[in-house]
Design a protein around this ligand. Sequence first.
Ligand SMILES: *[C@@H]1O[C@H](CO)[C@@H](O)[C@H](O)[C@H]1NC(C)=O
Ligand SMILES: *[C@@H]1O[C@H](CO)[C@@H](O)[C@H](O)[C@H]1NC(C)=O
Ligand SMILES: *[C@@H]1O[C@H](CO)[C@@H](O)[C@H](O)[C@H]1NC(C)=O
Ligand SMILES: *[C@@H]1O[C@H](CO)[C@@H](O)[C@H](O)[C@H]1NC(C)=O
Ligand SMILES: *[C@@H]1O[C@H](CO)[C@@H](O)[C@H](O)[C@H]1NC(C)=O
Ligand SMILES: *[C@@H]1O[C@H](CO)[C@@H](O)[C@H](O)[C@H]1NC(C)=O
Ligand SMILES: *[C@@H]1O[C@H](CO)[C@@H](O)[C@H](O)[C@H]1NC(C)=O
Length: 465
Amino acid sequence: MRPRTSFSFTAVLTAASLLHLHIGPARAITVTSYANDFVDPKYVLAKDFTNFTIEAQDTIVAWAQELAAQGPWSVMNKTYAPPTGNKHDYMSWAPYWWPDCSKVGNTTELTPQEIWVTCPYVSRDGLFNPDGRTINDIGEFEDMANAILYNSLAWAINGSSVYSANVARFINTWFLAPDTAMTPNLAYGQMQRGPNGQNGTHTGILDLKCMAKVVSGILVLREGKAPEWTSDIDTALNNWTKEYISWLTSASIALEEKAATNNHGTFYYNQLAALQILVGDTAGAKQTLEEYFTTQYTWQIVANGDQPLETARTRPYHYRAYNLAAMITNAKLGAYIGYDVWSLKTSKGTTIKDALDYAITMPAGSEAASELWPNVVAVGAIYGDTAGTYAKWMLDNAGNTYPADAQFLWNQPFSDSGLVAAAATSTGSNSSSSGVRQQDGALALGASWNVLAMVVGAVVLALFA
Ligand SMILES: *[C@@H]1O[C@H](CO)[C@@H](O)[C@H](O)[C@H]1NC(C)=O
Ligand SMILES: *[C@@H]1O[C@H](CO)[C@@H](O)[C@H](O)[C@H]1NC(C)=O
Ligand SMILES: *[C@@H]1O[C@H](CO)[C@@H](O)[C@H](O)[C@H]1NC(C)=O
Ligand SMILES: *[C@@H]1O[C@H](CO)[C@@H](O)[C@H](O)[C@H]1NC(C)=O
Ligand SMILES: *[C@@H]1O[C@H](CO)[C@@H](O)[C@H](O)[C@H]1NC(C)=O
Ligand SMILES: *[C@@H]1O[C@H](CO)[C@@H](O)[C@H](O)[C@H]1NC(C)=O
Ligand SMILES: *[C@@H]1O[C@H](CO)[C@@H](O)[C@H](O)[C@H]1NC(C)=O
């Protein structure tokens, strides 16, 4: 067994407790949930991976297994129904809204259900109301999206039908099976609660931003002709998606979200463009992305590379990284359909790279610096890193396990700083350039330690904005 690189227990414990905050105590999970991403299926299926992505491949397979063990997921699992009384309707509560029961004139304690409809709710930006996850459609969707992405990638890496069958099962349960399927709209996303809050709000559209991950996974199976991805399921998912796109492009709250000037707007375009690509509407996806890059994008990055609309928020490091992830995802979706925006300039003459270069100079303070890691590797892979600045930043900030991070596989070329090669040489480990390596017990254990270490990079607070 190859010696695993060292990591700090404190960091792992800190990350684990953050994850509890993220997922809820009953469903601890050790997978990094990146804010968003799009993985080019052609790159994945070509399998021409550089040999120092071996550790990232191991991580992906380990994450695929770990996530699959928790599925399937469904909107039916929530304990309360939205105002329609229909659990098939997706529902979530606005994360930063809190009840104020001081003026409702009750003479006894109110039950939680009474509080939800009686007390006015007020916003405290950046401060999570811990009871928000009592209804956890959002967490279930997030886990499902990650499971789809990693099981599809694991299928490409490993070839076992176990992984592709998992994807088909998870898609069927969340979107298609009549007894468990989600209705194709977000009419009850991020409800603010209280006497006037029993309806979805535009911020709820952000809940399904990870459609870009789901689409990445499906395209891998579809283009890779995985037998488990049948034409029946493909047709049915396209049908669902077309109905949902119709809601996403016409409902008033969806259009409000589209108009949001900050990260909410950026993520709206991630979601819509990815879904248009899924249903084969390349022209529509191009139009969607062009709209983003001629509106929000033009004002989101100012002359020094700052993103003032994110910096103004309560957790600036998080929000800058978060919007960057969404901009990068829009750019990757564009690249996939032949619309190259990497050198496109904002009205202040700046690019996505300038936004990253500014973000890495800022102190993380008490925030999770790890949110920036996938952005740094993605930007280094796209714009180049001839001086080794980004690789050095990763080594200094993410530590010597960074080539084992899953995203290191698809954000290439990026230097491994000699870490993987050194580990391989010192033990004579056998890696092949095909990217397929045999798994054994020792490796599986090593991979799970790696997974724990990578948890430090968990984008744990990235779910909401
Ligand atoms: C969620 O719902 C699915 C589909 O009914 C079910 O298979 C799964 O066990 C449920 N998960 C939990 C945690 O209850
Ligand atoms: C009114 O209800 C709230 C929420 O349950 C509770 O905190 C408060 O103490 C109640 N007021 C009285 C007078 O019981
Ligand atoms: C909830 O939102 C929908 C769609 O925006 C709207 O038609 C409906 O009237 C709203 N319901 C309430 C109770 O505000
Ligand atoms: C398409 O989806 C709708 C619900 O979203 C459903 O009523 C309809 O039967 C579906 N059609 C096919 C062919 O799957
Ligand atoms: C990867 O390939 C290069 C060039 O063939 C080789 O020098 C290096 O040792 C290989 N690394 C691993 C981890 O196999
Ligand atoms: C590496 O693996 C290949 C294929 O399994 C095998 O042919 C080769 O002998 C191995 N090399 C070493 C150094 O173990
Ligand atoms: C693929 O994964 C399966 C299931 O975990 C495992 O049994 C098998 O050895 C793996 N195959 C390769 C080529 O890594």
